[in-house]
Design a protein around this ligand. Structure first.
Ligand code: SF4
Length: 341
């Protein structure tokens, strides 16, 4: 098993395509709904309707929480993002999420006693400048706002989200072991998992807490399990990396002022691993056959790719990878049980 961790400057992604979450960092909605919808339907959706193409793109080599959720939500969406790498427009919500994450991360550069709400808010203009430099495409968000009124409202909302964090956590009493931690672990099966963890706290006793900030609102209770999927994914990676099961998983919802926690046990992580292996097998089969069926849901409203989606009268671009006939034997056989666990 190969494992690695390293610090990573967030650019709004936890893998190269992570920023493509439909509602940006209101991301709790998409994984939650995707989880609720279940992986089984996603696997079932990968059948028939292949498109021929030529070798040009690279098959997927690893899985992140967001891409796993993409596939569960809609296999065709996964294809557009991971295989075709179709461009997506930046959204105000996603960009604000990236900005707020950067501010919360940078605040921990200051001595503990100086980690105040005014200090945090004072970081916003500089981090916004930096974001525009590193991701010039975000500038277009406000291209039609010459007076800067919408930008001012957008920045004010970012301030509110940052302020709300201080009602949920006290950064003067926190000393994160890691911030924006890029993690990657290769399981014994060969599947490589990767992602970026917002914050890792380690208690003097050695207990590990994984924290993720969400700038959206907490999901309804029936979607809580879906929201925790990402956290269990990270817990699995940390378990594989450090051989320590995180004591607590904590989702901090700045949009609604809620904190969702879960204390995982090994059985949880083994279940997630089985589920991810089944998902990966389904993705591998779809990659080989070119069968990526659309799976329309209300989340299509957030999808940038309706123009090339058959569900909306569009035609996908030619499939850029070599394909084999669906039904021909493959090393792994048919995908089964992607909803394992
Ligand atoms: S519009 Fe809906 S069905 Fe089509 S690719 Fe996007 S998410 Fe999938």
């Amino acid at each position: 098993m190969e494992t690695s961790t390293e610090g990573a400057a967030r650019t709004g992604t936890d893998d190269s395509a992570e920023a493509a979450v439909p509602a940006g960092r209101t991301e709790a909605v998409a994984p939650a709904a995707a989880e609720a919808a279940g992986a089984a339907e996603a696997v079932a959706a990968v059948a028939g309707g292949r498109a021929a193409g030529v070798a040009a793109a690279v098959p997927p080599a690893s899985l992140s929480p967001s891409r796993a959720s993409d596939f569960m939500q809609c296999p065709l969406l996964y294809r557009f993002r991971v295989i075709d790498k179709l461009p997506e427009k930046p959204s105000e919500a996603a960009t604000r999420g990236t900005l707020v994450h950067a501010v919360l991360e940078r605040l921990f550069d200051a001595p503990a006693t100086e980690r105040t709400a005014p200090r945090a808010k004072s970081l916003i203009p500089g981090q916004w400048d930096r974001l525009r430099e590193t991701k010039p495409e975000v500038v277009e968000l406000f291209a039609d706002d010459p007076e800067g009124e919408r930008l001012a409202r957008w920045l004010a909302e970012a301030e509110r989200l940052v302020e709300r964090w201080f009602t949920l956590e006290d950064p003067t009493r926190l000393e994160p072991a890691e911030r924006e931690l890029f993690v990657e672990a290769r399981l014994d099966s060969g599947l490589k998992l990767r992602g970026i963890i917002d914050r890792v706290d380690v208690a003097p006793t050695g207990e590990v807490r994984i924290v993720d900030y969400k700038t959206g609102k907490a999901p309804r209770p029936e979607y809580a399990e879906g929201a925790l999927f990402q956290m269990k994914f990270y817990a699995l990676v940390v378990w594989r990396l450090k051989r320590v099961v995180p004591r607590r998983l904590q989702l901090v919802y700045l949009g609604s002022g809620d904190v969702l926690t879960y204390d995982p046990v090994i059985a949880d992580l083994e279940r997630v691993e089985r589920k991810l292996l089944a998902l990966w097998e389904a993705i591998r089969q779809a990659t080989e056959t070119g069968d990526w069926r659309p799976r329309p849901t209300k989340l299509c409203g957030w999808c940038d790719h309706q123009a090339v989606c058959p569900e909306f009268g569009g035609t996908p671009p030619p499939y850029p990878l070599p394909v084999r006939e669906a039904g021909l034997s493959s090393a792994g056989g048919p995908a089964r049980g992607a909803a394992a666990g």
